[in-house]
Design a protein around this ligand. Structure first.
Ligand code: D5M
Ligand code: FE
Ligand code: ZN
Length: 525
């Protein structure tokens, strides 16, 4: 079982200078006396070994006949029930309710030997194109001037989306206007504060200066203040005070997705599975659920699932947050990718796979994140996956999917009131990113944003599907006809997540019909 025993085994082996693979840890934990097994494993390890492998444990246990190991639970061809996963990844197949558009479906509970009756699809029917990948295009040097450039570009791109709706004037021109008249302004949010009498003062900045905008607390638009974040670009319309020093705001505009947005759909019945946050290398990786998912993909029922999109956090990584090493089943990052590659081999070979990195992956943390480097691509080469940056737009059979790992969702959920964005409804946080037409509107805070020549995080084209992960919660719904899907995870609750009350949705795969954009979340726990 993942948990304290595994942690102790890894630590014990590490103190003797050995890494261990996940199978070795599982096998050791399953013996009657794990300490004795560790001692024997070390004693019998080949001289040049730096890693204790499952193969090694199996061979010496077999030769000793005592402490027989239990059956490995990683074999995808065996029972769907986890023999030892306890409460975190049990064999129960209970559908749960979500706020999504469609019901949750579970695979056939009686499915013990999956039929393996999927007929490989015809790759000639497919078409896929990737846009907006910054890999290899990053030019930022981290200089102050780069930040000025990226902010200016953000302003220009988003102001361009607002210009059709307001007849704006630059801040310095408004400062010179006579008092009492109407004025419209497009600016980046520089400050938000409440006044002594409970009204709101928002300072908007453009390339010419800063202008204060007052929003009276009893106006209907005051409700919008709670969803405004620093550094986003908005427009306002209002009346200047008599001394023209402040704008009494009547209307607020976000760059937004037009209500008339008509998503494109595929010309044939074809489906995509959208997942993220696999976290291989974590003791909490739900290998049983993963194998059930992979087995299901081999069935005729999953015949039309021809695409698998993975929105980051392939592996648990190392040193991502304090004390993480205590929850690792594999300590070496490259071995984590090797294990991930093995798990990926469980899914049908005819699937077209697209992968972007997340904050646990071995690429730079600052967004936009480039794709995995050559060494990691080589490790994960089995399916010839499309490997691209975070974020990227992938067009599949005409349907554009904006894939983003989702780090800014934490910030949106922290800043917005519960009813506007929450961990229980991550799709609502996604709606706000679409409304702001920006992947990570707020600069600073916990987000790291790389200064580049362009702001690659502006959502320039409206996608048909917006796919994120990161918060480990399943949620989906539509915003102005864009299907927003946050895809849950394959990692049971970690000690850290427990300490902050994150209750992850483990082992779900939302399946999208690309011809209708209908979503069905399937549960594999
Ligand atoms: O993130 C999974 C979720 O847990 C996501 O909502 C962030 C949150 N999380 C995880 N670790 C931390 C720390 N150390 N501080 C704050 N929030 C955290 P994942 O990227 O999979 O770890
Ligand atoms: Fe994650
Ligand atoms: Zn993450």
């Amino acid at each position: 079982m993942s948990g304290p025993t595994d942690r102790r085994i890894i630590t014990e082996l590490a103190t003797h200078g050995y890494n261990a693979d996940r199978e070795a840890v599982t096998l050791i934990a399953g013996t009657a006396d794990p300490d004795e097994t560790i001692a024997r494993a070390i004693e019998t390890a080949p001289e040049d070994a730096f890693k204790i492998t499952g193969e090694h444990i199996r061979s010496f246990l077999a030769s000793e006949t005592r402490n027989p190991p239990r059956e490995s639970d990683t074999d995808p061809s065996v029972s769907p029930a986890e023999p030892d996963a306890g409460a975190t990844d049990g064999g129960a197949v209970t559908p749960v309710e979500t706020e999504g558009d469609s019901p949750i479906e579970t695979p056939n509970a009686a499915l013990v030997e999956p039929p393996n009756d999927r007929v490989p699809s015809d790759p000639d029917q497919r078409f896929i194109e990737i846009l907006g990948d910054i890999t290899g295009q990053s030019t930022g040097t981290g200089e102050y001037t780069d930040f000025v450039t990226v902010f200016r570009d953000r302003y220009e791109q988003l102001a361009g989306k607002l210009r059709g709706r307001v007849n704006h004037r630059p801040a310095d021109a408004i400062q010179k206007m006579p008092g009492g008249g109407d004025a419209e302004l497009i600016g980046m949010v520089n400050d938000i504060r409440s006044t002594a009498s409970g009204h709101w003062l928002i300072e908007l900045e453009d390339t010419t200066g800063v202008f204060p905008c007052l929003i009276l607390k009893d106006r209907e638009i005051a409700d919008l203040v709670s969803e405004i974040v620093y550094d986003e670009v908005i427009a306002v319309r209002g009346t200047l005070a008599d001394d023209a020093g402040i704008l009494f705001t009547d209307e607020i505009f976000f760059p937004d997705v037009p209500h008339t947005h008509k998503p494109k759909t595929a010309d044939r019945h074809v489906q995509a599975a959208l997942i993220s946050d696999v976290h291989v290398g974590s003791q909490e990786f739900a290998d049983g659920a993963w194998s059930r998912f992979a087995n299901w993909l081999h069935t005729a029922e999953a015949q039309h699932v021809e695409y698998l999109l993975i929105a980051g956090d392939m592996v648990e990584g190392v040193g991502v947050y304090p004390n993480q090493d205590k929850e690792l089943s594999t300590i070496d990052i490259y071995e984590q990718y090797e294990e991930f590659a093995e798990y990926l081999k469980e899914v049908p070979g005819d699937l077209e796979i697209v992968m972007i990195p997340g904050n646990h992956d071995a690429v730079r943390l600052a967004e936009p994140q480039p794709a995995f480097d050559e060494e990691l691509r080589e490790i994960m080469s089995a399916h010839d996956a499309q490997i691209t940056g975070n974020p990227s737009t992938v067009t599949i059979e005409g349907v554009s999917v904006l894939m983003y790992h989702g780090m800014s969702l934490d910030e949106m959920i922290a800043d917005l009131p519960e009813e506007k964005a929450s961990y229980d409804n991550p799709e609502k946080a996604m709606y706000h990113l679409l409304k702001k037409r920006h992947i990570a509107p707020k600069y600073g805070g916990k987000m790291r944003i790389a200064p580049e020549e362009r702001d690659y995080l502006v959502i320039d084209e409206v996608p048909d599907i917006f796919h994120t992960g990161h918060v480990h919660k399943l949620g989906f719904g539509t915003y102005h006809n864009v299907m927003a899907i946050n895809s849950g995870c394959w990692q049971a609750q970690t000690a850290f997540q427990k300490s902050v009350n994150i209750d992850p949705d483990v082992g779900y795969a939302p399946i999208v019909d690309l011809d209708t954009l209908d979503v069905t979340a399937r549960k594999f726990i």
